[in-house]
Design a protein around this ligand. Structure first.
Ligand SMILES: Nc1ncnc2c1ncn2[C@@H]1O[C@H](COP(=O)(O)OP(=O)(O)OP(=O)(O)O)[C@@H](O)[C@H]1O
Length: 256
């Protein structure tokens, strides 16, 4: 069975009383296998965040359906949606979204606290994740006492501690310097190799080059995709950059 299937997704944002809306997505189709690391790229305004919001049930498509392990997301009842998100999905955002009044450990525990997990189980899960992400020595510190990269790795730990089926990341390296970005991307690559399915929206060719597959969105559809195969990060980065050039120069290409 396909792990995630996105079928004919259309999204039109319509302001109240407006007759004509903005069509952010017109007909998006793709599927994802368990254990893939997918990057979603496209120009500003191409609908990347809209797509991620639909995949994460934060928003609903105007038409079309997303299936997770064969289950249509639209059939999840409103009262079950928070639990579904908390138990099934992990989120990582550009600006970390950590609570400043909690130390890293309590930030990481938060989704488990919300789902009523016993403290002993929370403690059992914490150490291997914190060690894997290299933040076990900072765990008692508050967000304002650690670096941006450490904050983001704490956010990844918070996303992973529920053992989600999918990790969804929206521009996770957007607020990080290049060293911290590389460190985070190597972490994503490693947890993906350990089996974690990841879907990441990014503007960055460098970030996308750590994925297994890049989906390019334009004009409301997935118009192109690239598989990494056996390419190194550097070679895949060059291939993605070439594809981006073709997109940017599409006007000139038609005129030839
Ligand atoms: N809540 C909303 N109401 C109306 N229009 C919206 C809304 N959210 C997004 N849009 C529009 O939908 C289109 C897609 O936006 P989206 O944020 O998904 O693009 P994006 O590819 O993530 O852009 P960026 O890379 O700049 O973050 C844009 O034209 C945007 O202006």
């Amino acid at each position: 069975m396909t792990f995630i299937e996105v079928k004919n997704i259309k999204k039109v944002y319509r302001a109240k009383l407006a007759t004509k809306g903005t069509e952010a997505l017109s007909d998006v189709n793709f599927s994802v296998n368990k254990g893939e690391f997918i990057a979603i790229m496209g120009e500003s305004g191409s609908g990347k965040t809209t797509l991620l919001n639909i995949l994460s049930t934060l928003d609903k498509p105007s038409s079309g359906e997303v299936y997770l392990e064969g289950q249509p997301l639209s059939k999840i009842k409103d009262k079950e949606i928070s639990r579904f998100r908390r138990d099934t999905l992990g989120f990582v955002f550009q600006d970390f979204n950590l609570l400043d009044t909690f130390n890293l450990k309590d930030n990481i525990f938060l989704p488990l606290v919300l789902s009523g997990t016993p403290v002993i189980e929370m403690e059992k899960r914490l150490l291997p994740i914190a060690k894997n992400l290299g933040i076990h020595e900072q765990i008692e510190r508050f967000p304002y006492e650690v670096s941006g990269g450490q904050k983001q790795r704490a956010a990844v730990a918070r996303a992973l501690i529920t053992q989600p089926k999918v990790l969804l990341a929206d521009e996770p390296t957007g607020a990080l310097d290049s060293k911290a970005s590389q460190n985070l991307l190597e972490t994503f690559e490693r947890i993906n190799e350990e089996g974690q399915t990841i879907m990441m929206v990014t503007h960055s060719v460098q970030a996308a080059s750590y994925s297994n597959r890049v989906l390019f969105i334009r004009d409301g559809i997935v118009y192109h995709e690239l598989y990494r195969g056996n390419l190194s990060v550097d070679d895949f980065r060059d291939k993605i950059a070439q594809s981006m050039l073709v997109v940017t120069n599409r006007g000139e290409q038609h005129e030839e």
